[in-house]
Design a protein around this ligand. Structure first.
Ligand code: 13P
Length: 335
């Protein structure tokens, strides 16, 4: 295992005040977001949209790495330039989503397990050969009456750890993403309890499977109340709950922590990240940044709507939201 190379990639991804752009929506998710805005759900429109993103001026000032979906890896601009070479030219490291989605966990109603380990070693080797240097795998954990079960947490944690070791063997930095969903009416305290249990189990398994912590990045949820909970705390409380949970369970050696946005509004996601740096910047042992999809892209997608004449304005918005999150990493974000 090339530990030096892995650490180097992780450090570049977490460098300065930059963060990651998740643009790896699966076909289903991307089409759903297009459908909501009346954008045709075709490969060509997905290509156009991803071209808009990778050609955005100044994106590289706030973004160190972009997570792609398999389809995007092989796509090109209208002028025939591959998206991978455009990203390389901007100094943005290309990453790839390698899980194959979450399916029902047998015998555990309403819980899920993420698939994609079969044949993963070969897929990772092919991506590495194309110049891709990091990967992502997302596990989903739902909070409700009696769930998540210990069995679901354990199964997902082991799968994440097996994926992470395979990535490191191939020279790719694994982004380990155990997402505790915001859906539901659970409280902030319940989210804190579940997130802590999940992260504890994930790090147990990462350790057992001999994952080099310095050469990986954790992509967690923020500790927040459920979307339908009638008590919605302020940014200060969210920052405090999130960082105090993380300090208990995320080892200091981890290469970095990069949040998913998970359905928060883009303003709240930036405000909460900002508050964590403002209040706890001095005590966090790991670099803390963003790896947002919706909280960076959604306002730009709303402007684009599939129309060529909106591309420049959409790109401006995309670069602006990325820069807001970069400012939040410096504790300098204001709306
Ligand atoms: P959101 O920021 O939209 O939650 O997406 C992050 C991600 O990559 C989910 O896997």
């Amino acid at each position: 295992m090339d530990i030096h190379g892995l650490k180097n990639t992780a450090q570049r991804l977490m460098a300065d005040d930059k963060g990651l752009l998740a643009m790896d929506e699966s076909l289903g998710t991307c089409n759903k977001r297009f459908e909501a805005l009346g954008i045709p759900q075709t490969e060509e429109y997905r290509r156009k949209y991803r071209q808009l993103i990778v050609t955005t001026p100044q994106l590289e000032e706030s973004i160190s790495g972009a997570i792609l979906f398999d389809e995007t890896v092989y796509q090109k601009t209208e002028d025939g330039v591959s998206f991978l070479s455009l990203l390389e030219h901007k100094g943005i490291i290309a990453g790839i989503k390698v899980d194959q989605g979450a399916v029902p966990l047998a015998a555990f109603p309403d819980e899920k397990i993420t698939e994609g380990l079969d044949g993963l070693r070969q897929r990772l080797e092919s991506y590495y050969a194309l110049g891709i240097r990091f990967a992502k795998w997302r596990a989903v954990i739902k909070i409700d009456e009696g769930i998540p079960t210990k069995a679901c947490i354990k199964a997902n944690a082991l799968t994440l750890a097996r994926y992470a070791t395979l990535c490191q063997e191939t020279g790719l930095v694994p982004i380990v993403e155990p997402e505790v969903l915001m859906d539901g009416n659970h409280t902030l305290e319940r989210c804190a309890e579940v997130t802590q249990d999940v992260l504890k189990e994930v790090f147990n398994e990462l350790y057992e499977q001999r994952v080099c912590l310095e050469g990986m990045i954790l992509k967690p949820n923020m500790v927040v109340p459920g979307l339908n909970c009638n008590v919605q705390q302020k940014a200060e409380d969210i920052a405090e709950a999130t960082i105090s949970c993380f300090l208990k369970v995320i080892p200091a050696a981890v290469g970095g922590v990069a949040f998913l946005s998970g359905g928060q509004s883009y303003e709240l996601a930036s405000e909460r990240l900002n508050m964590m740096h403002l209040r706890f910047g001095q005590v966090m042992p790991w670099p803390l940044t963003f790896s947002f999809s919706r909280a960076i892209q959604q306002p730009a997608l709303d402007i684009w709507k599939g129309e060529d004449q909106n591309i420049a304005a959409a790109q401006k918005m995309l670069a602006y939201r990325a820069s807001c999150n970069s400012a939040a990493r410096r504790a300098e974000y204001s709306q």
